[in-house]
Design a protein around this ligand. Structure first.
Ligand code: ATP
Ligand code: MG
Length: 439
């Protein structure tokens, strides 16, 4: 038998209890984290969003019926407690609550699919299978509080800097950058795809006069490989700015990253402690390395790479050993960057593309874009794509498209940097990879 919530409402979270409210009556809500029955006294650790609070039930002070109800509690059951706050040097947090009345709001079956007290460690797959239970651990929920703070401060920063938030379709009729990474879907009687990037849409917005736009939304990539930094569905923070070039948007990006780290450090002290991370605010501006320089650096460390190659994983790793923190790689070869990236006018094999790296991890790619229609068509053809499938996009370049630039920042990769997580799956509530489509 369980009790109804009735008119009981939480008056305090665990963190709000301290000796200033000693003697006051409070109502707490949460889960039974642990229960210790010493016969004459029972200790229940109640867990809520913010932490743990000790409920102390001495047989001398409370009724035998209440003691009996407390004795029957099982781990992870949902509990409401009305009681009196009392100072205690032994209790975690310096206070405990002497119960006067409890409500068992729901029972938990035993054994549990995993241990929220973290005494028994579980593999990531077990944890993801029972994510609702995994997230009861504060060391796990902390990651998502940090991610939420990051997304919030990104939004505030961009809005304060004159950006308009937009929403572009995720059901699309043709490929953004080439066909290999797309998920095909059935769209009534024809084939469509899940959007791999808002790229073409945010560029079309540049021809509208809205000038500075951003979008925070899912992107879908049919990446076949199984790595610690790729998923098939991630959140992309996308920015596009008219009358601007690569330098302008790199400056926006580094300031945004810098500001976000400051905000997270300020607002997520407890969460950073929960995951044992000391966040350092990087200095501005971030170092800038040229692609050619990077190739030479990597080669000098014994990882063979030719000028013109994309960075291999081995190359990223040695680079991460040399470069500590955030840095840009600029002047990428045009051939290994998408068609909408602007080539240098005098040296067209080089481009105005950049990546933002954190140690060995790429977190953002951006560039000055091609805004001239004919050059764009030429670039599309050169990359083996058919301009006909980009007709509607290309049309926006015919009637007054200003010069523009932008970038896409992976929200999960950035969260990895903020939380020190080595596996991107840790930064997504319900990750989607080649093997996982549920829950
Ligand atoms: P990588 O080379 O690491 O596979 P990419 O160059 O293919 O990444 P972009 O197309 O440049 O990725 O996307 C911009 C940003 O979006 C990346 O820097 C990254 O932060 C994020 N991103 C893209 N694809 C993925 C993915 N499959 N999983 C996680 N993040 C991704
Ligand atoms: Mg990239």
């Amino acid at each position: 038998m369980t009790d109804s919530l009735g008119n009981w409402r939480r008056t305090h979270y665990s963190k709000e209890l301290d000796d200033t409210i000693e003697g006051e009556s409070v109502t707490l809500m949460g889960w039974v984290h642990e229960i210790r029955d010493l016969g004459g006294i029972i200790f229940v650790l109640l867990r809520d969003r913010d932490g743990l609070i000790q409920i102390t039930a001495p047989s001398k002070k409370i009724s035998p019926e209440l003691l009996n109800d407390i004795r029957k509690l099982r781990k992870e059951s949902v509990l409401g407690v009305k009681g009196i706050v009392q100072g205690s040097s032994k209790a975690p947090g310096g206070v405990e609550v002497i119960p006067e009345e409890i409500k068992l709001l729901n029972n938990s079956e035993q054994p549990l699919p995993l241990d929220p007290t973290e005494k028994v460690k579980a593999e990531i797959d077990t944890r993801l299978d029972s994510r609702y239970m995994d997230l009861r651990k504060h060391s796990v929920s902390a990651i998502f509080k940090i991610k939420s703070t990051m997304l919030h401060s990104v939004r505030v920063y961009l809005e304060e800097n004159g950006f308009l938030e937009i929403n572009t379709p995720k059901l699309v009729g043709s490929a953004t950058e080439g066909g290999t990474e797309l998920f095909p879907i059935t769209y009534f009687e024809r084939e469509a795809f899940l959007g791999q990037s808002p790229q073409l849409y945010k560029q079309m917005m540049m021809a509208t006069g809205l000038d500075k736009v951003f979008e925070i939304a899912p992107i879908f990539r049919a990446e076949e490989h199984d790595t610690l930094r790729h998923l098939n569905e991630v959140i992309s923070i996308d920015v596009e700015v008219a009358f601007a070039d690569n330098e302008d948007v790199m400056s926006i990006l580094e300031k945004l990253v810098h500001n976000t780290i400051k905000e997270v450090k300020k607002k997520c002290k407890a969460e950073l402690e929960d995951i044992d991370v000391q966040l350092e605010v990087p200095e501005l501006p971030f170092p800038r390395l040229e692609y050619d320089e990077v190739i030479d650096m990597v080669n000098s460390k014994g990882v063979t790479l030719r000028h013109g190659d994309d960075l291999s994983r081995a190359a990223e790793k040695v680079l991460g050993e040399i470069m500590d923190g955030y840095y840009f790689i600029t002047n990428w070869p045009s051939d290994i960057k998408p068609f909408y990236v602007m080539p240098h006018p005098e040296e067209p094999e080089k481009s105005y593309a950049f990546d933002l790296m954190y140690k060995d991890l790429e977190i953002s790619s951006g560039a000055t874009r091609v805004h001239q229609h004919d050059l764009l068509v030429e670039r599309i053809k050169k990359q083996g794509l058919n301009p006909d499938s980009f007709q509607r996009y290309l049309a926006s370049f015919v009637y007054g498209m200003p010069p523009h630039a932008g970038w896409g920042l992976g929200a999960e990769r950035f969260t990895m940097c903020l939380t020190g997580m080595k596996n991107i799956r840790e930064t997504v509530l319900f990750p989607r990879d080649r093997r996982r489509l549920a829950p």
